[in-house]
Write a protein of this length. Structure first.
Length: 139
């Protein structure tokens, strides 16, 4: 499933581009409730993972790779992000979220094609964050 930009996230991106918002500090996290992202969502719509060892990952802005800027939509991909878990939680991962820590704003979320239940004991889960800009009409 393709990810969804949030209404507040789209506004924040536009404000950042015109100098009306501070530099974002983007983090990726995992959510565990059975939720399909929608334009109007806010962070409280998602239940973030609490499995032992889990932590959000902070993006390095220079690590994003963009496809050909002449193509549509413009797609940006980040190298694989490894989430490590140290114990049993029984939680099921439904998707990932992108959050701006500096501006306290949920920007984006994507539901996984299939939910993933964390196994017993230590484990890892890899996410390859991708987002597109196309004809969203937000800016």
């Amino acid at each position: 499933m393709a990810g969804i930009w949030t209404a507040p996230g789209s506004i924040e991106v536009c404000q950042f581009l015109v100098g009306q918002a501070s530099d974002p500090a983007l983090q990726i996290g995992l959510y565990v409730n059975n939720f399909t992202p929608v334009w109007e969502m806010v962070l409280s719509d998602l239940t973030e993972c609490t499995a032992p060892g889990y932590a959000r990952f902070t993006f390095l802005p220079t690590s994003w790779v963009q496809n050909d800027p002449g193509s549509s939509p413009i797609t940006n991909t980040y190298p694989p992000v490894l989430f490590s878990f140290t114990g049993t939680s029984g939680q099921t991962l439904y998707g990932y979220l992108v959050y701006d820590l500096n501006n306290s704003c949920l920007l984006y979320a994507e539901r996984f094609g299939s939910p993933y239940t964390l196994p017993s004991g230590a484990s890892n889960y890899v996410v390859i964050p991708t987002f597109s800009f196309g004809q969203c009409g937000a800016c």
